[in-house]
Design a protein around this ligand. Structure first.
Ligand SMILES: *Cc1c(COP(=O)(O)O)cnc(C)c1O
Length: 343
């Protein structure tokens, strides 16, 4: 039994998902003639109460398209210092859009309205880059799966509206936030100009993300996706995986959250653990007591067929997901309780 808790992207399509994929009706999506892609896009747009959505091969491409849509070269976006769009998209904001990032010192990857307001460059002060976009992440990745308070997002939206800024949500794990908060996705649709969502994380699809927006914005996104090389052909087989995942794998995210919380509670009782960050969804970040090396714990668990990741700076990360079953959970808890970690 190999147990991979490194990321929620390691899941494989279930047999039922694969069967559903194989029976998909397909066509050439570059001509918008793939009925399954069209159905997925309509489904996700409707979910958020937006006019349109577009299928992308990756969340990175969906986010980068959003940045390109909302900015001109030389301008600046505002984001948390841990933001995926800044840290983990290969420098795409500067490469694709020629924009700089004003990074805020948020709380577990979450920024607030006051921070955003004070980071905006006055438009008449032409010496500084023009601020044109605010990006937030929900749930936060490097912030350990933290969920925004929807009221804070509404306050940031007000700041954006007052300063004529666009507002983008990197919702790679928005599904997790929606399951925890039981919020209506349409509220998110109203707050944001664009939302990206991933199908290939906790939902268990092998690939795929969508960008949701109004029709005019999606029309422009079509050209940008083409430029980025994201125009795909009979991709309905992959869109079918997304439809299946949305229909069958959203509510069960609550199991991932419960297991992550149970692991967090267990780690808190162990003498070699220094601190467990709050566990809100499926990501668990913890640190070891001074003198202990993360790579030693990673190696000791690896010997017992459990993979977790080191984040550096004394921190480790566990991510629960669709392929992390209850029997595995029992085994991981047993190993964690018994493992001897020496100072
Ligand atoms: C995974 C992720 C993305 C997109 O990643 P891809 O691997 O390109 O699909 C974007 N934002 C966040 C916060 C993520 O965790």
């Amino acid at each position: 039994m190999e147990i991979n808790l490194v990321s929620d992207t390691v899941t494989k399509p279930t047999p039922d998902m694969l069967r559903y994929m194989f029976q998909a009706a397909v066509g050439d999506d570059v001509y918008k003639q793939d009925p399954t892609v069209n159905a997925l896009e309509a489904k996700v747009a409707a979910l958020f109460g937006k006019e349109a959505a577009m299928f992308f091969p990756s969340g990175t491409m969906a986010n980068q398209t959003a940045i390109k849509l909302h900015t001109q070269p030389g301008e600046q976006l505002i984001a948390d210092k841990w933001a995926h769009v800044f840290n983990y998209e290969g420098g795409g904001a500067s490469f694709n859009s020629g924009v700089s990032c004003c990074l805020l010192d948020g709380d577990r990857g979450m920024i607030n309205a006051e921070q955003v307001a004070s980071a905006i460059n006055p438009p008449e002060f032409y010496h500084s880059p023009l601020t044109s976009l605010v990006c937030v992440e929900n749930t936060t990745n490097k912030g350990g799966g933290a969920c925004y308070d929807i009221n804070e997002l509404a306050r940031i939206k007000q700041v954006c509206a007052a300063h004529n800024l666009k507002f983008h949500l990197d919702g790679a794990r928005l599904w997790n936030a929606l399951v925890v908060t039981r919020e209506n996705p349409k509220v998110y649709g109203q707050l944001f100009d664009t939302i990206s969502v991933c199908l290939s994380k906790g939902l268990g699809a092998p690939i795929g993300s969508l960008l949701v927006a109004d029709q005019e914005t999606i029309n422009r996104a079509l050209r940008i996706r083409k430029i980025l090389g994201g125009g795909m052909r009979q991709v309905g087989y992959l869109a079918a995986a997304g439809i299946y995942a949305l229909d069958h794998h959203v509510a069960r995210l609550a199991d991932d959250h419960r297991r992550a919380k149970e692991l967090g509670a267990l780690l808190e009782t162990l003498h070699w653990v220094e601190k467990v960050e709050p566990v809100e969804t499926n990501i668990l970040i913890f640190s070891l007591k001074a003198g202990l090396k993360e790579h030693q714990l990673v190696a000791a668990l690896k010997e017992r067929n459990i993979a977790i990741s080191s984040m550096g700076h004394g921190k480790l990360r566990i991510v629960t997901h669709l392929d992390y079953k209850e029997v595995m959970h029992d085994y991981v808890r047993e190993i964690l309780s018994k493992i001897s970690v020496r100072v």
